[in-house]
Write a protein that binds this ligand. Structure first.
Ligand SMILES: [Zn+2]
Length: 114
């Protein structure tokens, strides 16, 4: 499962950051997850529950902020959303807009340590 390897590297990152802070426990971890990141949210949460055991984040909640996809529309000359399930099309004017500006991210944004 792809999500498990993502969680394992996330836990490494969290563990290193916690160590730098001199923390003894991580209470919560907050992620930004793009709609086109290729990561399945439920699988990520499931993997988190499995993998966090025995780490400094063993009791940490994983909080996920969903990031919707946004594209740059050449016709509107601006950042626009995409209609659900229709690919990379401007939701305002319908033009094809292949340039993704947001929605691919998977990033650690914050963690709460004790
Ligand atoms: Zn447009």
């Amino acid at each position: 499962m792809h999500e498990l390897s993502v969680v394992l590297s996330l836990l490494d990152e969290v563990g290193e950051a916690a160590e730098r802070e001199g923390a003894t426990r991580v209470a919560a971890v907050r992620l930004r997850l793009g709609a086109m990141s290729g990561i399945v949210r439920d699988a990520l949460l499931f993997s988190w529950d499995l993998a966090r055991a025995g780490t400094i984040a063993s009791e940490a909640d994983l909080v996920i902020d969903d990031v919707p996809v946004a594209v740059w529309c050449p016709r509107c000359d601006g950042e626009r959303g995409v209609p659900p399930g229709e690919g990379l099309i401007c939701s305002t004017c319908g033009a094809v807009a292949p340039q993704i500006v947001r929605g691919r991210e998977l990033e650690l944004v914050a963690m709460e340590v004790v």
